[in-house]
Design a protein around this ligand. Structure first.
Ligand SMILES: [Zn+2]
Length: 164
C-alpha cells in the first residue's frame, strides 16, 4: 500500500501500488472529506531525490509514515511534521502526532579544511529531541556524525553524511 495526501483536507489516502503505471494518472477518493482527485506518477528519474553534497536524513518507515530521504542543505534545516500553514524547509510526511510541526534543527556547516560539521538542537518541542537515546538539554547543541540515530516522538531518523 502507498499513501498520498489529500489536496483538500491533508489526510492520507491509501491505494494499491499495483494500480500505478509510470506516467499515468490515477483517480483517488478521500474517505475523510469525499474529494476525488487525480495524481500523476513520475518516472524513476523524476522521482529520485535531489542529491546534496552534505548528505541526507533517512526517516525510517513506521506505522505513521513511509521511508523518506530528506537532503540536507548548508545552514539550518528545520525538521518537523508536515502540516498545512507551517513553513519549514525539511518537513516529514507523517501522522506521528508526537512530532511537533517544528521539532528540531540540524545545522550543516562546512569548515575551511573541507570537513562538514553537523549540529542538532531541539526546537522547544513537547517531547524533546533524542540523539542515540539521550535527550538534548534546553539550548544544547550537539555535534552528530554519520549513522547516528535521532528520535522525534515515535519516529526514527538516521544521519547519512554522504550519498553512498
Ligand atoms: Zn480529503
Amino acid at each position: 500500500m502507498r499513501k498520498i495526501r489529500c489536496p483538500k483536507c491533508d489526510m492520507f489516502v491509501q491505494f494499491e501500488e499495483s494500480r500505478i503505471e509510470v506516467g499515468n494518472t490515477l483517480i483517488l477518493h478521500c474517505e475523510n472529506c469525499g474529494k476525488d482527485f487525480t495524481v500523476r506518477f513520475k518516472s524513476k528519474q523524476e522521482e529520485a531525490p535531489k542529491k546534496s553534497p552534505y548528505g541526507h536524513i533517512i526517516v525510517v518507515e513506521n506505522v505513521f509514515c513511509e521511508k523518506q530521504i530528506i537532503p540536507l542543505m548548508e545552514g539550518d534545516n528545520f525538521f518537523g511534521r508536515r502540516c498545512k500553514g507551517t513553513e519549514i524547509n525539511a518537513p516529514i510526511d507523517t501522522n506521528d502526532r508526537s512530532m511537533d510541526r517544528k521539532h528540531c534543527i540540524i545545522n550543516v556547516k562546512p569548515q575551511p579544511n573541507g570537513e562538514v560539521v553537523y549540529t542538532i538542537r531541539d526546537y522547544d518541542s513537547l517531547v524533546g529531541t533524542f540523539v542515540m537515546n539521550e535527550i538534548l538539554q534546553k539550548n544544547e547543541r550537539r555535534i552528530i556524525s554519520d549513522g547516528e540515530i535521532i528520535t522525534l516522538g515515535a519516529t526514527t531518523l538516521i544521519l547519512k553524511t554522504s550519498e553512498d
